[in-house]
Design a protein around this ligand. Structure first.
Ligand SMILES: [Fe+2]
Length: 327
C-alpha cells in the first residue's frame, strides 16, 4: 500500500467504504503507449547500484558502450539503480538515460530505498520527468508497490504486444525476514490487465512480456530443470549463484500461466546469473548487470536486447563489455 494512502486511512477513519473504493483506478489509467516497429529492440540493463561515492561518469561511459552498440527502441532498467545515492545522484542518472533520446523506463529493486531519498520521492521524479521517460505509478491506488504499469506496443491501431512492469517490492518483515513477494492486489491487477486487454482485442489474448526485479520462487525449479537439461538454457548463460528469492510463494506464476498471455519474464537481482530458461513454456530471463558496483563478474557486464518480431516471437542478443574499454 502506498504510504500516502495508508496515512489517509489512518487519519480519516470515518471515511465510508465508498471512499476506499475510490482508490481503485481504471486499468486504462495504468497503460502507456508506444508504436511497434518490426524487430522492436528492448535493451534490458539491471543492477547499477550507483552511489554518491562512485565515479558516476565512469559508469556512464561504460554503459554507453552497451547502449550505443545495442541501438534500442526502448531501454528497460530492471531495478537496483541505486545504493546510498542522494537526490543529486538520482537526478544525474535519470538525465543520463534521457540523454540518449530513446524511450526509457525503470522499475525498482530491493536496494532502491537504501538511499538518501524515499521510494516515493523517486517515484514522483519519474512520474513527472517527461521527455523520453515512460513511467507511471498511481500513488493513491490500492495496488501494492510503486511501479505497476504497462506499455502497449501499437501496430495498425491494435495492441501488438503488451510490456508489463511490476514492483517485486523490497523486504518482508513478517513470518520471515527476507525478500518480499508480489501481493494479492498486484496479482489481481495483473489478471484485470490481461482480461481487459483481451476484451478490448475482441477476445483474443494479446502476448505480453513482464519486467520486475526479484525472481519468482519458480526460478529455483527452472534452474534445476536447466541443470538437468541444458537445452532449456536458451542463451547458454551463466548459472553463477543460487537464486535469492522470496520464501513465500503468493501464487503469481499459476495466474500468469492460466491467463496465457505472458511468454517472457525478465528480472535482475542475482548479479552473476544471466541465463534464460524456458520453463513451462515461459522464458525466465536473468538480465546482465550494467556496472561493476557491489558484487559482479568482469566477464558478465553489459546488457541484453530482447527483440520482438512480427510473428510475436522473441530473440535475444547479449552484449558484454569490460571497464578496460572505457578510456
Ligand atoms: Fe542488485
Amino acid at each position: 500500500m502506498n504510504k500516502r494512502f495508508f496515512l489517509l486511512l489512518t487519519v480519516l477513519p470515518s471515511l465510508s467504504l465508498a471512499s476506499c473504493v475510490s482508490s481503485r483506478h481504471a486499468i486504462s489509467d495504468y497503460v502507456l503507449e508506444m508504436d511497434y516497429a518490426n524487430d522492436f529492440r528492448i535493451l534490458q540493463i539491471t543492477d547499477l547500484h550507483l552511489g554518491d561515492k562512485d565515479d558516476i561518469q565512469r559508469h556512464f561511459d561504460f554503459m554507453d558502450l552497451t547502449i550505443n552498440e545495442a541501438n534500442p527502441d526502448l531501454i528497460a532498467v530492471t531495478g537496483d539503480l541505486f545504493t546510498y545515492a542522494s537526490k543529486g545522484t538520482a537526478r544525474r542518472l535519470l538525465d543520463y538515460f534521457d540523454s540518449h533520446s530513446v524511450p526509457w523506463t525503470v522499475i525498482f529493486g530491493n536496494h532502491d530505498e537504501q538511499c538518501y531519498f524515499s521510494i516515493d520521492w523517486l517515484t514522483d521524479q519519474l512520474n513527472n520527468y517527461g521527455s523520453h521517460c515512460l513511467f507511471k505509478d498511481i500513488q493513491d491506488d490500492d495496488v501494492h508497490g510503486n511501479c505497476n504499469f504497462a506499455i502497449n506496443l501499437k501496430k495498425d491501431g491494435k495492441v501488438f504486444e503488451q510490456l508489463i512492469f511490476m514492483d517485486s517490492n523490497r523486504y518482508y518483515f513478517g513470518s520471515y525476514f527476507g525478500y518480499d513477494y508480489f501481493k494479492q492486489n498486484q496479482i489481481d491487477w495483473y489478471a484485470s490487465l490481461i482480461d481487459e486487454t483481451t476484451r478490448d482485442n475482441g477476445g483474443t489474448v494479446v502476448p505480453s512480456l513482464m519486467f520486475y526485479h526479484i525472481p519468482l520462487p519458480e526460478v529455483n525449479e527452472a534452474w534445476a530443470a536447466a541443470e538437468k537439461d541444458p537445452s532449456l538454457n536458451v542463451n547458454g548463460g551463466s548459472q553463477g549463484e543460487n537464486p535469492c528469492n522470496p520464501e513465500f510463494n503468493s501464487g503469481f506464476f499459476q495466474v500468469i500461466k492460466e491467463k496465457g498471455s505472458t511468454k517472457g519474464m525478465y528480472f535482475g537481482h542475482d548479479h552473476v546469473n544471466n541465463y534464460i530458461v524456458n520453463y513451462q513454456g515461459i522464458d525466465f530471463g536473468y538480465g546482465i548487470k550494467a556496472t561493476d558496483r557491489v558484487y559482479y563478474q568482469d566477464s558478465l557486464l553489459g546488457g541484453r536486447v530482447i527483440s520482438l518480431h512480427d510473428d510475436n516471437t522473441m530473440s535475444y542478443q547479449d552484449y558484454y563489455h569490460t571497464y578496460a574499454e572505457v578510456k
